[in-house]
Ligand binder design. Structure first.
Ligand SMILES: NC(=O)c1ccc[n+]([C@@H]2O[C@H](COP(=O)([O-])OP(=O)(O)OC[C@H]3O[C@@H](n4cnc5c(N)ncnc54)[C@H](O)[C@@H]3O)[C@@H](O)[C@H]2O)c1
Length: 510
């Protein structure tokens, strides 16, 4: 194992044990006087910088992670470097209740927004991937006075978290064992609980309500939609005159997309891929990787893959985004050419992105973000063989297509959900702060049916709260916006302005 691989494992171990974000978090590599640890310490510092950590030699900023080589005894394996968070050894998050509590302790922005809400009497349905951060969102809503019920699809249910949330007395319609018709029945019976507001992710339940039982929407003030791939069909429904409820486009808030889609999905998907490949003796390092789609998710995935040492290329159908990828320093080309022999990661949210031909040409296939069918596996799903893990047991996540030699991760499911714990906590803290502020706005403004953008004040309130929570001060503009708007004339010609003779209305015209 090389020094950079060891460094990568140390960082992934931190992320896996905490579900926290590297980018933007202060980090301090504490050097040892023992020269044996120096190469790994140096590789670790380089890697942390590449991943966007803020290197902080003082190590005192709130939330700092310290990699303490100075605490390693002589002769120890540098991979075992003690990692400290806020000066204390990394906590053992323990069981589901412990993971929910740990998430809550790292969600100051959502907490702050929730503290300002009065949702007494409001019935709120939360239909999202059920893991510790979502549990916190549900608890914060209830804390603000709402009556909350939670739903999650079987593939998106952490059964332990569901049980822990039920323990608090919250109704939770989530059963990881359901399949087929039972899935649909469970979703419908959740909708029939009756809500004023629905918080949806992927717009699966908003669409099911329209398709199967529009009467459930009669009580709705509206819904919040969390993600890009959920908004696309809702906008199509609106154009076709079929959308019967107001939907706030939470995804499109800057405080959501620019952080969740970009940094959150970037880290969580790439680390999940690296963790799962590492278990079967493979790596993303030093090999070609093709990212398909250069939206916010593709940007984040490409940046993190590059930081982990993959040779990243991009395929995009949108010319503006393709050109941005070029100027970010990535080779851009058609997927079928660039994906040959590569780790192919789809970041499009579009079904059929990885065609059967591309799948056969690729070395490894995975999906970041994800909608059903993003990888075409028609006719080959039965021909998958699990790869053996280091301990000899079969991997539940990494399989090889018998006839094609391609390795497929999690059968083309969104890998940060299927193979990891979803987005990092401080990212969901921002996204859920936006959700909470959006819900308040929805209830106060009661917009007509249609997809609505959030007011920009929500971005300002949420990002200012996040800066405050991180102990970061910023400047105020020198003059107020009102002053600038009052003096609209160009200062360039100010000196001659007073001497100017005003032409009459017809003078000067040709
Ligand atoms: N799992 C998560 O935590 C998470 C978080 C955020 C977003 N998402 C999901 O990730 C996906 C991507 O999100 P986004 O915000 O970047 O979306 P986006 O729509 O902004 O970007 C997708 C890009 O893919 C390109 N594209 C589409 N089809 C293509 C093809 N066949 N070949 C090449 N390029 C193609 C589009 O032109 C677009 O630029 C969505 O499904 C979104 O819902 C998941």
């Amino acid at each position: 194992v090389s020094d950079v691989q060891t460094a990568e494992r140390i960082v992934r171990r931190f992320a896996g044990r905490t579900n926290l974000l590297i980018a933007g978090r202060p980090a301090h590599v504490r050097r040892s006087s023992d020269p044996a640890f120096a190469p790994v310490a140096e590789a670790l510092e380089r890697l942390l910088r590449a991943l966007g950590a803020v290197m902080d030699r003082g190590g005192a900023a709130p939330g700092t992670v310290q990699y303490a080589f100075d605490l390693l005894p002589a002769g120890a394996d540098p991979a075992d470097v003690p990692v400290l968070l806020d000066g204390a050894p990394l906590p053992d998050r323990g069981d589901a209740a412990g993971r929910i509590a740990f998430a809550g302790a790292h969600m100051p922005v959502s907490r702050r927004i929730a503290a300002g809400l009065d949702l007494r009497g409001l019935r709120v349905g939360v239909a999202m991937v059920l893991e510790p951060k979502t549990a916190q969102l549900a608890l914060l809503l209830r804390g603000a006075g709402a009556q909350v019920a939670v739903y999650a699809h079987p593939d998106e249910t952490d059964a332990d978290v569901a049980a822990a949330l039920r323990e608090t007395g919250m109704p939770v319609d989530a059963d990881a064992a359901l399949s087929g018709d039972a899935e649909r029945r469970a979703a419908l019976s959740f909708l029939r609980r009756g809500f004023d507001v629905l918080i949806d992710d992927g717009s699966h339940l908003i669409r099911l309500a329209h398709e199967a039982d529009p009467s459930v929407m009669e009580s709705w003030i509206g819904a919040n939609e969390e993600t890009t791939s959920g908004l696309t069909p809702l906008r199509a429904m609106e154009r076709a005159g079929r959308l019967r409820t107001a939907v706030l486009a939470v995804n499109d808030a800057q405080a959501k997309t620019r952080f969740d889609n970009r940094y959150g999905t970037g880290q969580s998907c790439v680390f999940a891929i690296a963790d799962l490949l590492d278990e079967v003796g493979m790596s993303v390092r030093d090999q070609p990787a093709l990212v398909i789609g250069y939206g916010p998710v593709g940007e984040g995935v490409a940046a993190q893959l590059a930081a982990l040492g993959a040779e990243v290329r991009i395929a995009e159908t949108d010319p503006v985004r393709a050109l941005v990828a070029v100027h970010d320093g990535f080779p851009v080309g058609p997927a079928l050419t660039a994906g040959r022999g590569a780790l192919v990661v789809s970041a499009t949210g579009a079904p059929g992105t990885v065609t059967a031909e591309l799948r056969r040409a690729a070395r490894i296939v995975a999906v970041a973000g994800g909608v059903p069918g993003e990888v075409d596996l028609a006719g080959v799903a039965d021909a998958m063989r699990p790869l053996p893990r280091r301990d000899g047991s079969p991997s539940r996540h990494v399989e090889r297509l018998a006839d094609e030699d391609t390795v497929v991760i999690d059968r083309g499911g969104g890998v940060n959900i299927t193979g990891a714990e979803g987005n990092p906590i401080e990212i969901m803290d921002l996204s859920f702060a936006v959700q909470l502020a959006a819900l308040d706005h929805l209830v106060r403004s009661r917009p007509a049916p249609g997809v609505h953008a959030l007011p920009p004040e929500i971005d300002e309130v949420v990002t200012r709260a996040a800066l405050a929570a991180r102990g970061i001060e910023i400047d105020s503009p020198a003059d107020s916006g009102a002053d600038r708007a009052a003096e609209w004339r160009s200062p360039r010609y100010a000196s001659s302005r007073s001497a100017e003779r005003r032409p009459g209305p017809t003078e000067g015209s040709v």
